[in-house]
Design a protein around this ligand. Structure first.
Ligand code: ZN
Length: 329
């Protein structure tokens, strides 16, 4: 079938706009700093990504692009092999802040994942990535709307998605300020609660901020800040550390129950819980060999992709799907 010429032109133009947004010179997102940002690793290259890489490569999950033309699910979500130099890099901070803020975890010989400041710093970086991604989507959105007005065509944008992004961005700014206050002081006030769970090492990494849609927070319509869950999975020296946390003021029973539910799981429940967490996140990846093992199992990744689109935004609504059945020891 031949594609309609007009649709093809729109696709090409849209891609050009998005590519231009990729080339923007971003500013440092720390506090009021306005210096140019350099590329920062969401997870440390040498200490963490190296742990699961093979020939210096890892497989990254690549999430939904809000500007896709509604094609099939497989083209929206996919996996890609990336060198660890480039994996999970985003222009987040200027050179000074990238060094200075994380020096505590970058320079230590042994990272203590049970230490509050460490838990906070990992979660802070995940938060800034989320904020960066939202900023980028909103800028691209603005440019696409200008383009569609000029061309008098309908914008290929999911408007409710954009509205959610705007709301989410305001909340993230609040959490950012709260975290920066704590990062800056010697006396830690512990406005956040984090739990770290230790499991036998497995080659998956994740660092994300998970938000909830309003419909699941019936009793919380009136509050302006929505609760979020900070989640990190960090493979380090043959152990996987799972750091989960929330802000003490803006939290709810669902998040607290969820965080606690990671305690002492058997293998089967652990793998199902892990699958469910991956279904809620975009920023995660795995080792090439684990990827290959799962890919050998019939339709396992296809099922993940289909479920990823449909997943509910309630944390405790876990589904009985185990991506790792038979592939993860
Ligand atoms: Zn800076």
């Amino acid at each position: 079938m031949f594609e309609d010429k007009e649709i093809l032109k729109r696709k090409i133009d849209t891609n050009k706009i998005i590519k231009k947004v990729d080339k923007i010179k971003w500013k440092c997102l720390y506090d009021a700093c306005n210096k140019n940002a350099i590329n920062s690793h969401l997870l440390q290259k040498r200490k963490i990504l190296k742990e699961v890489s093979e020939n210096e490569h890892v497989i990254l999950f690549s999430g939904r692009n809000p500007f896709y033309f509604r094609e099939d699910v497989k083209s929206i979500i996919d996996f890609k092999k990336v060198g660890i130099n480039k994996a999970f890099t985003f222009p987040l901070f200027c050179k000074h802040h990238d060094n200075y803020l994380f020096s505590e975890i970058e320079k230590k010989k042994q990272i203590d994942f049970f230490d509050y400041k460490t838990q906070l710093l990992f979660s802070y970086r995940a938060l800034i990535v989320e904020l960066f991604k939202k900023n980028k989507v909103l800028i691209a959105d603005k440019r696409l709307i200008e383009y569609t007005k000029k061309e008098e065509i309908i914008a290929p944008i999911d408007q409710s998605f954009i509205e959610r992004i705007k709301l989410g961005k305001n909340d993230l700014y609040y959490y950012k300020k709260e975290m920066e206050k704590e990062i800056n002081t010697k006396e830690v006030s512990q406005n956040f609660t984090f739990f770290t769970y230790k499991y036998k090492g497995f080659p998956i990494f994740l660092s994300a901020v998970i938000s909830f849609s309003k419909k699941h927070l019936k009793n919380q319509y009136l509050i302006d800040i929505l609760p979020v869950l900070f989640a990190n999975i960090i493979p380090y020296k043959n152990i996987s550390y799972i750091i989960l946390g929330y802000h003490n003021k803006y939290t709810n029973g669902e998040i607290k129950k969820y965080v606690f539910s990671w305690r002492e799981l058997d293998k089967e429940s652990f793998q199902i819980k892990l699958t469910n967490l991956l279904l809620r996140c975009e920023t995660w990846g795995l080792s090439p060999s684990l990827y290959r093992k799962i890919a050998k199992r019939k339709k396992r990744f296809e099922e993940l992709k289909e479920r990823w689109i449909k997943t509910s935004s309630a944390l405790n609504d876990e589904i009985d799907f185990n991506l790792f059945l038979g592939s993860l020891k």
